[in-house]
Design a protein around this ligand. Structure first.
Ligand SMILES: [Zn+2]
Length: 339
């Protein structure tokens, strides 16, 4: 296997290791596409939740190149590799509640990701991709599972107003799915380009995050404010807004693949008796996500990523790293063509 690994904070190196498919519960996968996300740049920057050395690249699709006779997926099958695995050792895993695993492992963070030509992975991580699901859609499965987990945990129901704070990929895909489940998203962001994309995606209520937004949400909701609020962790918007837009007894979800050091004003939360929950992954929703894509319930053609060949990826990662270090936003996601 050849690949790139982050050996320590700020340091990338090429690796070349033998990787064999040794047990009946694993398969060897030729990685064909990897989506690098701001999470990978954060790992390069030095992330307390990461375990070094680690191969970056949380999101990958590939093709099975070697497997045991016992695997239900055959050699040559196009697959999505689930980046989240349960530990198999905690109390929840041992009592068959692996969905509630207390130490889920994340590819590219605390176990190796997929910026490499081949990976040996557990068969339980591999999901068959029907031909109706294009590669360009399959790389969004991780985002869709996060959105599904959020909608489920917040128990979003028909006709409910949901304030979505943060209009990047997470906020936008979540808003699109809220519409599919007949909720009413109100998407809020500080960047016009994100609001433009939201309009194209059919998000009818999209608001700029200035000092008028509270009044606007009040008008849209008949002064009730939002029964559900989704705060996207990397939205760069003050968390006070999430609490202001929430109605009394509302549920507020803090959502994102990373857990930045957010400050929340409990004074308002207690006055309004808000219910908080946190969602950092979509473990357990992969099949549902693939099914939704295959049924074309949301239009993913809107999401186009810059593509780079594997040979040039080191430069791109460093470019993003330098910009991030200087306080700029990450330019990722970036789609890496591994072929
Ligand atoms: Zn566990």
């Amino acid at each position: 296997m050849i690949g790139l690994q982050i050996s320590q904070k700020g340091k990338l190196e090429k690796i070349n290791k033998m990787e064999m498919c040794e047990d009946a519960n694993s398969s060897k996968v030729k990685i064909t596409k990897v989506l690098l996300t701001p999470e990978d740049t954060r790992t390069l920057l030095g992330d307390d939740s990461a375990t070094y050395p680690v191969i970056p690249g949380r999101i990958a699709i590939g093709q099975i190149s070697d497997t045991s006779d016992f695997s239900y997926l055959e050699k040559g099958t196009r697959v999505y590799v689930n980046p989240i695995t349960n530990c198999g050792e905690c109390v929840q895993c041992l009592s068959s509640n692996s969905n509630l695993c207390t130490s889920l492992q994340t590819a590219g963070k605390n176990v190796n990701g997929f910026l490499r030509d081949f990976a040996v992975v557990k068969n339980s991580q591999l999901y068959f991709l029907p031909s109706l699901v294009k590669d360009s859609e399959a790389i969004l499965i991780d985002y869709i599972t996060l959105a599904l987990a959020t909608i489920d945990k917040l128990d979003i129901t028909k006709g409910e107003h949901v304030a979505v704070i943060g209009g990047g990929l997470v906020g936008l895909i979540t808003s699109m799915l809220i519409i599919y489940y007949q909720g009413v998203p109100i998407l809020i962001d500080g960047k016009e380009e994100n609001l433009d994309r939201a309009r194209l995606a059919g998000i009818y209520y999209n608001l700029f995050s200035d000092n008028k937004v509270e009044k606007e949400v009040s008008e849209l909701t008949g002064a009730h404010m939002a029964q559900k609020v989704i705060y996207v962790a990397d939205s760069n918007i003050n968390t006070d807004l999430a609490l202001k837009l929430a109605s009394y007894n509302a549920k507020v979800g803090f959502v994102g693949f990373s857990s930045p050091n957010l400050k929340v004003n409990f004074n308002v939360a207690m006055k309004k008796q808000l219910e908080f929950c946190c969602i950092t992954n979509g473990y357990g929703y992969t099949e549902q996500a693939i099914n939704l894509i295959a049924n074309k319930v949301i239009d993913l053609s809107l999401f186009k990523f810059n593509v780079v060949k594997y040979d040039n990826v080191e430069d791109e990662l460093f470019k993003d790293y330098e910009a991030f270090k200087d306080g700029e936003q990450s330019a990722f996601p970036l789609l890496v063509d591994m072929m």
